[in-house]
Write a protein that binds this ligand. Structure first.
Ligand code: NAI
Ligand code: MG
Length: 499
């Protein structure tokens, strides 16, 4: 444990410079074994804000070895004591919400008020939730034979490898490390190359409370640093959030080793607005669901909005007005609703989708809001939100995950047609239906093919609710008690024969 308390630093530039260039292994901030670093860029200005340690196989080996050494004592601790330490971490993190919000805003371009500060709060919440669940790591007694005592017990897997993306890096990391740790595993995180700083800071804060080696984090690129983590012989489980493409690679490598994987992949989440829906509520739900404040960079983005013919035009007009009223600007400015995209690569991808949508016959691209005018944001990765109308559910924009501020509003005439379109997707992460009719709502919740279905609301993943996809959206569930028990423990059957 680190004896020197960390003082929150709300100047993200200073904090980035102070912690940049390091992994955190066995309780210490350390440089990459190779001595190499890579640049962390502020997507709002294009300027470099810090370095990150460029991790490779050697750093992963060091981190996994530290985690393996720490795992024996960590697993031997009474579960509630582990839970209490994770709850202590949550309380400590709550004091760092402002600095973490600012740091993640700096490296990701996500607006501080609408996104980044909120994300920092969710991290503490997730840790608190799991800290209180330690005593639920229970087994069963089994009526196998009256002459014998037969029980099952939950045991940790060992060292868990955690691979995270950049869109909500702290939150997605917290939903993985909290259940893994409480269940008695130790962890090595591989952060996303676009956003290595805030997650490093979170781990540094948690290392104030956790024994050395229990939680380690290494920064670097996917093939050079993520792949060795999955392949490492001492890693017994991998949990991943990111693209379908990379998810397949991770699952294939895990398959070679025959270790379990949890995959949270993409989505093309439909939102069905029936003719009898409360249009104001549905419009607010579309804005929240599409995560326009995060430039649409969310796996659950409501990126296909299916609207009944009778209310289609009114819905589109109201949605455009709501998005027009949002302010795009400096992510660190409190007045800003919408920040930037994460990287030039993602910007090029999003612009390509917008161009291909414009070229579709009958398509109309409604550009919303306005680009910021300030000089220092000239190089920023801003893109105006686009609402497409007149597109077909079969077109590329309606089938592929764009991961940008682009949504397709698609007209339907009958309920059955809407359900068929909603389900005609390779993905199955989330879905919503907006209606005042209970029978329709109930029927839709049965028929919609998704892991998370909501009626008349579009809230994000919450601690306590199992979250995850079907079809190509992934494998396994996160955020709940079930997630901890099913995905971070083994069940052992034990028989006492007293004869
Ligand atoms: P990605 O899936 O390639 O990256 C996610 C994480 O996987 C990063 O930490 C990356 O370094 C790591 N990684 C990459 N290749 C790896 C490999 N061979 N072995 C082990 N780890 C590896 O996603 P990327 O490139 O950042 O974004 C591409 C697209 O993925 C986005 O446009 C979006 O559609 C989707 N995506 C979905 C997310 C979600 O929340 N489900 C999050 C981020 C991206
Ligand atoms: Mg990639």
């Amino acid at each position: 444990m680190n004896p020197q308390p960390l003082v929150p630093d709300t100047d993200p530039h200073r904090l980035a410079a102070a912690i940049g260039g390091h992994h955190l292994i066995a309780g210490q901030l350390v440089r990459a074994a190779s001595g190499k670093t890579f640049a962390v860029v502020n997507p709002a200005t294009g300027r470099e804000v810090a370095n990150a340690a460029l991790g490779d196989n050697d750093d992963i080996h060091r981190a996994v070895s530290a985690a393996a050494r720490a795992q024996i004592a960590w697993a031997a601790m009474p579960a509630r004591k582990r839970g209490a330490l994770v709850s202590d971490c949550a309380r400590l993190l709550a004091e760092h919400v402002e600095e973490l919000g600012r740091l993640v805003a700096l490296e990701t371009g996500k607006a501080l008020r609408t996104e980044s500060r909120v994300e920092a709060g969710v991290v503490a919440d997730a840790l608190q939730f799991y800290g209180g669940l330690a005593s639920e790591l229970k087994g069963e007694s089994v009526p196998f034979n009256p002459e014998m005592l037969t029980v099952t017990q939950r045991e940790p897997i060992g060292v868990v490898g955690v691979i995270i993306p950049w869109n909500a890096p702290m939150m997605l990391m917290a939903l993985k490390i909290a259940p893994a740790l409480v269940a008695g595993n130790t962890v090595v995180v591989k952060s996303a190359e676009e956003a290595p700083l805030a997650v490093l800071r979170v781990c540094q804060i948690l290392n104030q409370k956790l024994p050395a080696g229990v939680l380690n984090i290494v920064s670097g690129f996917g093939p050079e640093c993520g792949a060795p983590l999955v392949a490492h012989p001492q890693v017994g489980k991998v949990t991943f959030t990111g693209s379908v493409e990379t998810g397949r690679i991770v699952a294939r490598m895990a398959g070679e080793k025959l270790i379990p994987v949890t995959l949270e992949l993409g989505g093309k989440s439909p939102m069905i607005v029936m003719g009898d829906a409360d249009i104001d509520k549905a419009v607010n739900g579309a804005v929240a669901g599409m995560r326009f404040t995060r430039q649409g960079q969310s796996c659950t983005a409501a990126s296909r909005i299916l609207v009944h013919d009778a209310v289609h035009d009114a819905f589109v007009t109201a949605l455009k007005a709501r998005v027009d009223a949002m302010t795009m600007g400096d992510p660190l400015d409190e007045a800003t609703d919408i920040g930037t995209l994460i990287s030039r690569t993602q910007l090029a991808k999003v612009l390509d989708y917008i161009e291909s949508g414009r070229a579709m016959p009958g398509a109309k691209a409604l550009e919303c809001s306005a680009l910021p005018a300030q000089d220092h944001l000239r190089q920023g990765l801003f893109v105006r939100p686009v609402i497409f109308t007149g597109l077909d559910n079969g077109c590329r924009l309606a089938r592929e995950e764009i991961f940008g501020p682009v949504t397709c509003v698609i007209r339907f005439r009958s309920y059955d047609e809407a359900i068929a379109m909603a389900n005609d997707s390779a993905y199955g992460l989330a879905a919503t239906i907006w209606t005042r009719d209970l029978k329709t709502a109930l029927d839709a919740t049965r028929r919609l093919q998704a892991g998370f279905v909501q009626v008349n609301q579009n809230i994000v993943v919450q601690p306590g609710l199992s979250y995850g996809g079907i079809k190509q959206s992934g494998l396994g569930r996160e955020a709940s008690l079930e997630a901890m028990l099913e995905h971070f423990t083994h069940k052992k059957t034990v028989i006492f024969n007293m004869n």
